[in-house]
Design a protein around this ligand. Structure first.
Ligand code: MN
Length: 255
């Protein structure tokens, strides 16, 4: 076991412990597969609940069309029906219309056109999706989070002031990380963190985003907190946000 736990360090330092066996064990542990770890993988598959078995059965990297066929075409995975590979066509991997600007006439002056599993069935289980984000002058994509995805954006047009807030630090603080972006700039919003994008220019702005989930989800903070249905008890919000209840009432009507 000592050899296993020190294996990577020994490899880096190039000591005499760098035996072929140590390297083989290391590779096997880092990159397990049915071929190299034999029984463990199969045991895990056999004891997994039925709905998880497909995902344990074969590593996704060994299947081209994993997303659409989901390993076994007779089952649902992530609530989506898995297709018989012989019925798959280019339509399962295609979407169009992302050249068309979204309507930014709403009160925040932005619009997100999501291209996720609802538009491309072949994304099922692949852990990726895409979006177009349009901004009117001074338009805002208001503070929100994606519970299941990291987001990476590229600005194509305009100037965006973007940022995210870290989760609570040990001392209770939350750090704000911001940056002004111009065309060609890329920025990352880590999974689950509250973030925003604000067009600080007099002209419209445009960005495209990749998200690390087929179904990233979105929680718009103000809407979720002040616009839930049914509404959260105003006493809760007054205490939580240190507001007068009249202000809470005003905000609950606004959302
Ligand atoms: Mn986002």
């Amino acid at each position: 076991m000592a050899l296993l736990t020190t294996d990577r360090r020994v490899k880096r330092e190039g000591s005499h412990y760098r035996t072929p066996q140590a390297l083989w064990i290391s590779r096997r542990r880092v990159n397990p597969s049915p071929a190299s770890c034999g029984g463990a993988w199969r045991r895990r598959a056999a004891t997994a609940p039925q709905f998880l078995r497909a995902s344990y059965a074969v590593p996704r990297l060994f299947r081209d069309l994993f997303g659409i066929e989901c390993l076994s075409h007779a089952v649902f995975v992530n609530g989506k029906f898995c297709k018989d590979p012989k019925d798959v066509t280019e339509k399962d991997f295609f979407s169009s219309g992302l050249d068309i600007p979204g309507d930014t006439s709403g009160r925040v002056g932005s619009n997100v056109t999501a291209v996720n599993i609802e538009k491309i069935p072949g994304l099922n289980t692949l852990g990726i999706s895409f979006a177009r984000i349009d901004f009117a002058p001074y338009g805002l994509n208001p503070p929100h989070t994606h519970p299941r995805a990291t987001e990476i954006i590229v600005v194509v047009e305009g100037t965006l002031y973007v940022g995210f807030v870290t989760s609570n630090l040990a001392n209770g603080d939350n750090r704000l990380i911001t940056k002004a972006l111009k065309p060609g700039d890329v920025f990352v919003f880590p999974t689950g963190l509250i973030h925003f994008q604000f067009n600080v220019g007099k002209t419209k702005a445009l960005a495209f985003a990749g998200l690390s989930s087929q179904n990233p989800g979105v929680i718009t903070i103000a809407n979720a907190v002040f616009g839930s249905d049914p509404p959260i008890n105003p006493d809760v919000l007054a205490k939580a946000f240190q507001l007068d209840k009249k202000v809470v009432d005003y905000l609950q009507k606004a959302f």
